[in-house]
Design a protein around this ligand. Structure first.
Ligand code: CTP
Ligand code: MG
Length: 188
């Protein structure tokens, strides 16, 4: 039973995990803050690591992956368990998971710049969890029952713990990959 909960937790969270990896692959070009700075220190709002291409590409990647997962769930006739609920609900959940993840990542960079940290500078646990917080926050706002049912209530808390434990590991792995591919300046 617990193993299924763990697998389901990761499966349902994939639309939130894809966007930042996709942004790493397709990102670049015009920064979201257009190079603008704010405050006394003249620090960037978000920095060069947050680009429009990454934002849009990442969002579409999360959405696409979510639709694929949904298709698989429908194919096996278990849209309620492996899916995200009924079709309209599913679309909302996938959309907010993907957008929430990117929003959280953006907010993380905003906080880092305010703290005077340069782009790419490691700041644990903000770098690792900013997108998780964003995704969960958005889904909590738009589909609270889905979030509580799958990640909080009863033994589903295992799902939340699974996510929190695996995320830093996955984060490390994807960033190292990005570094090897020349997409990232630092391997963390
Ligand atoms: N990326 C992007 N647009 C986004 C998010 C990410 O283009 N909205 C790309 C950038 O090339 C970025 C890379 O993905 O450098 C890795 O993202 P991340 O680790 O979040 O950015 P950092 O470069 O580490 O910058 P920060 O210090 O702001 O986190
Ligand atoms: Mg980073």
């Amino acid at each position: 039973m617990a193993i299924w909960l763990v697998l389901q937790a990761i499966w349902l969270f994939l639309p939130a995990m894809a966007p930042n990896s996709a942004a790493l692959l397709v990102g670049g070009g015009t920064p979201i803050d257009f190079g603008r700075t704010m405050g006394k220190g003249n620090r960037r709002i978000f920095g060069d690591g947050k680009t429009w291409r990454g934002l849009i590409g990442g969002f579409l990647a999360g959405l696409t992956l979510g639709l694929i997962l949904l298709g698989i769930a429908y194919l096996f006739g278990s849209e309620t368990y492996w899916g995200f609920g009924n079709f309209p609900d599913s679309i909302i959940i996938i959309t907010v998971l993907s957008f929430g993840a990117l929003f959280g990542d953006l907010l993380g960079s905003f906080v880092k710049r305010r703290l005077g940290r340069e782009r790419g500078e490691n700041l644990f646990p903000l770098d690792q969890y900013d997108f998780v917080i964003g995704a969960f926050l958005f889904v909590l706002i738009f589909k609270p029952d889905w979030f509580l049912d799958h990640y909080i209530r009863g033994e589903n808390i295992i799902a939340l713990i699974t996510i929190l434990i695996t995320i830093p590991v996955l984060h490390r792995l994807t960033n190292r990959m990005g570094y090897k591919m020349g997409k990232k300046e630092v391997p963390w």
